[in-house]
Design a protein around this ligand. Structure first.
Ligand code: NCD
Ligand code: ZN
Length: 346
């Protein structure tokens, strides 16, 4: 097979930052995807319906024309989020979820939730109003091993949220372990998960290959090869509750290549082609369209995109570096060859 044409895909987990950085990256996503769930971890975060609507306007202004790309907005849950905030958000056609960052879990999570037990009224309101909960599923207690944080979060928190709020729709974001896959499979159809291209393509060795590789550092951190294999199987075998979410997270070259480099991998530049590369390894494109373009829309209760996208088998090289205000941006797999290229977009 040398050509793939499928329904325009969506990115169910994306960091765009804000102007002016946003202007350097939003075009990459708009070129490939119909819609994206926009993460709210700005500094300060997107806490209210008004914040999200204003952020949406800034995104729309930054998208290079012509484009029909649609940003789908989310709220950032804090210790002070109220049931009223949730009701207002659910009344807006532009807001599609609220994101739970355990405080300290990742980039810009300082304002995140410090005590999950206090969020019960918020989860109750989300369940009642049908707002989707997006979860950064990592336990943050300092004694938890960094490679175990996802599993510990499932055992200590996620399983409880799941059973206490059975009608709440939950997206377990950027999963990295077989434990997360097993959890999603073991519960009901109200729980889904996004999978990133980098977690399908690298394991934790890539972070230490011949030295410390800051551009392979993200959170949740990549895990052992066996987990990567399990993710690839879950993505490629057509199960409806797994779908694409790049977690593309731009940070300047300087912020990444530092004594304390920040977490995040920029994959938006070639996101669809990176996913195709992963499916190429699985040697099965049967369910590529479901994973990229159908499963997420169905879980979010949104129509499928109208357009289509075409990829051709053709070797090309990802740029070494991209423009970024005040610095540069190193894309995932910079300087490396990919074997599928987008050739058309209708
Ligand atoms: C994300 C970021 O930079 O905003 N970083 C990351 O490593 N994935 C935050 C997140 O999704 O954890
Ligand atoms: Zn993210």
């Amino acid at each position: 097979m040398n050509k793939l044409t499928f329904i325009t895909p969506d990115d169910w987990h994306l960091h765009l930052r804000d102007t002016p950085q946003m202007e350097a990256v939003v075009g990459d996503t708009a070129r490939q995807f119909g819609r994206a769930i926009i993460m709210p971890n700005l500094n300060p975060p997107v806490r209210t319906c008004a914040d999200a609507i204003a952020y949406r306007e800034r995104i729309l202004a930054a998208i290079p024309a012509p484009s029909s790309f649609t940003p789908l907005m989310t709220l950032y849950l804090t210790d002070n989020t109220s049931a009223t905030d949730i009701r207002e958000a659910s009344d807006s056609e532009h807001i599609h979820g609220a994101k739970l960052y355990p405080a300290g879990a990742t980039t810009n999570s300082e304002a995140g939730v410090t005590d999950l037990a206090k969020l019960d009224p918020v989860f109750e309101a989300m369940q009642k109003h049908g707002l989707i909960l997006q979860v950064h599923g990592e336990a943050t207690a300092p004694e938890v091993d960094v490679f175990d944080r996802e599993k510990v979060f499932i055992d200590q928190y996620l399983a409880k949220i799941r059973s206490n709020f059975p009608e709440l729709k939950i997206v377990f974001e950027h999963i990295t372990t077989r434990d997360a896959i097993d959890f999603v499979r073991s519960v009901d159809a109200n729980t889904a998960a996004t999978i990133t291209p980098h977690h399908l393509l690298i394991n934790r060795n890539a972070i230490f290959e011949g030295g410390i590789r800051p551009h392979h550092y993200c959170l949740p951190v990549a895990k052992r090869e066996g987990h990567r294999q399990a993710l690839l199987a879950a993505a490629s075998n057509g199960e409806a509750l797994f779908f694409a979410g790049t977690d593309s997270a731009p940070h300047s070259k300087d912020a990444k290549e530092s004594a304390c480099g920040c977490a995040g991998i920029y994959s938006a530049h070639s996101a669809v082609e990176l996913y195709a590369e992963a499916f190429e390894e699985a040697a099965d494109f049967t369910h590529f369209e479901s994973f990229m373009s159908r499963n997420g829309a169905e879980f979010y209760g949104l129509p499928l995109n109208q357009g289509s996208i075409t990829l051709e088998r053709r070797e090309w090289t990802i740029p070494d570096s991209l423009p970024f205000p005040g610095s540069s941006l190193i894309p995932f797999k910079a300087g490396q060859a990919l074997h599928w290229k987008i050739v058309g977009n209708d």
